[in-house]
Design a protein around this ligand. Structure first.
Ligand code: 5AD
Ligand code: SF4
Length: 465
């Protein structure tokens, strides 16, 4: 096993840090100005927003939690389903009103919607007041574009190549748990999915850059990292690396907790399972989207596995990784899904008894192959199927949570509980949310908690000294 070259990584990071040096030019323009940032969508977008926040703050802007007081509004958008777009267009109405009140307000549309030319054409026709559109590939150009908007001299420092941009800075949401990109894009082209079009081809970060970032986070006191990719199994294909090797190297940094999302059931290797089982600091939790339990639908989705193959992988994971929790994603109402197809999905949910599942009604994405498929299943039938599916999913989530009742588990405490500020909250190694009766000074620590109540979506517990 070769070890990552940390010196090379450090040099590359230094080179890419240029934009921070520009602070002295920027702060006169942006001093005293405020920004408002709203994020839609997946973890990848949440993490991109941490980079956007860092760029804006490097310019000298301060965050406002209220859009009414902002000089710059950034919407980091999602394109995965139609309702994500509806939410954005809804909020744009409010932005239009704010711009009328404050003509100097700059409005930035970022994220996945900005990578869809047709969608952007339509939006720009109806919302002419948007100042900047910036896609997921160009986030690092945000300071330059804002400078242009504010009519100030632009200083070019950016590489315009397709290379993975290193040295990104993040104003992270948490002090204890951090997202770490390991790769960008997706080459799987599931027929319903817009991601390969909005996020582009698979590109891996260099192993040593990832390890350097994890080591830095550990030094800064982070307890947990989550390695992020649309399909982490594909890590390294383009640079002669493998995900299992990366995972092993990350585990060897001895950061307390390592997680990763998302895993595709296709090409999930035995080596990956072995590494997860071997290292105590790799959490026994795998998000393994099944999407459908019907072989016919899986084929039309271009998912590259059958229900039998999914089941074989699932059982192997359960056998080899002690106490592993497995969650999934399921789409109902894929074009022309029959009642029989849907019952195959229910059957897989019954067999796998998932710890949890994110469930969605299929949403047609223009430009994807599934958008051209005939679909005669009425929406009312799809809605009714979603309801039946959710009832079953919640049942198994509850059954799995009940198994923890009266047990003592390790929880990384992340903050004060939102619903009850006398409690704190955190996550078990298996990624279950626990609201904990305990002192505030355990925030940021991994502590023992006795589980006192178990529901479908969360657990209650008491801190054990
Ligand atoms: N319609 C509904 N759900 C979708 N997903 C992806 N594309 C679509 C779509 N067009 C779901 C998948 C994926 C999750 C992130 O979103 O289940 O795993
Ligand atoms: Fe979309 Fe499939 Fe890629 Fe996941 S693996 S991002 S569902 S195309």
């Amino acid at each position: 096993m070769h070890l990552p070259d940390l010196e090379v990584a450090k040099k590359r990071e230094k080179k890419a840090n240029n934009y921070i040096k520009l602070e002295e030019h920027y702060d006169k323009v942006f001093l005293g100005k405020k920004y408002f940032l709203r994020t839609y969508g997946c973890q990848m977008n949440v993490h991109d927003s941490e980079a956007i926040r860092s760029y804006l703050e490097a310019l000298g802007l301060e965050e406002s939690k209220d859009a009414s007081f902002a000089d710059v509004i950034v919407l980091n958008t999602c394109a995965i389903r139609e309702n994500a777009k509806d939410k954005v267009t809804g909020f744009l109405g409010k932005c239009n009103y704010l711009k009328k009140k404050n003509p100097n307000l700059k409005l930035v549309l970022a994220g996945c919607m900005a990578e869809q030319p047709d969608v952007i054409d339509e939006i720009m026709k109806n919302h002419k007041y948007i100042d900047i559109v910036i896609g997921t590939h160009n986030l690092h150009e945000l300071p330059k574009l804002l400078m242009k908007e504010f009519n100030k001299q632009v200083i070019e420092v950016y590489s315009e190549s397709d290379e993975v941009i290193e040295g990104m800075h993040y104003t992270r949401d948490s002090q204890y748990t951090a997202w770490v990109n390991i790769m960008y894009g997706c080459d799987k082209f599931c027929t319903y999915c817009i991601v390969p079009y909005t996020r582009g081809r698979e590109r891996s970060r260099k192993l040593e850059d990832i390890i350097a970032e994890v080591n830095n986070l550990k030094e800064e006191g982070y307890k947990e990292v989550t390695l992020l990719g649309q399909n982490v199994n594909a890590y390294g294909k383009d640079i002669g690396e493998t995900f299992s090797h990366l995972l092993e190297c990350v585990a060897k940094t001895n950061i307390a907790r390592v997680r990763f999302v998302t895993s595709h059931p296709w090409n999930f290797t035995d080596e990956m399972i072995d590494v997860i089982a071997k290292y105590k600091n790799i959490m026994p939790y795998i998000h393994l989207p099944i999407q459908s339990g019907s072989n016919e639908i899986l084929k039309r989705m271009n998912r590259r596995y059958t229900r039998e193959e999914y089941w074989a992988l699932f059982t192997k994971m359960k056998e080899r990784i002690p106490n592993v929790a497995i969650t999934t994603d399921i789409i109902v109402g894929f074009p022309n899904e029959t009642e029989e197809d849907f019952e195959d999905t229910l059957d897989m949910v019954n067999k796998c008894a998932f710890d949890g599942a994110y469930t969605f009604i299929y949403s047609k994405r223009e430009g994807t192959p599934a958008a051209r498929m005939e679909d005669n299943t009425p929406m009312s039938v799809k809605e009714e199927r979603l309801q039946r599916l959710n009832n079953l999913v919640n049942h198994y989530a509850n059954v799995n949570n009940q198994k923890l009742l009266n047990k003592t588990v390790e929880v990384l405490i992340l903050g004060v509980s939102e619903k009850d500020n006398t409690k704190v909250y955190g996550y078990t190694d298996t990624m279950k949310l626990v609201n904990v009766v305990g002192p505030k000074d355990i925030i940021g620590k991994i502590v023992k908690v006795q589980i006192t109540d178990a529901k479908s979506f969360s657990l209650d517990g008491e801190y054990v000294k």
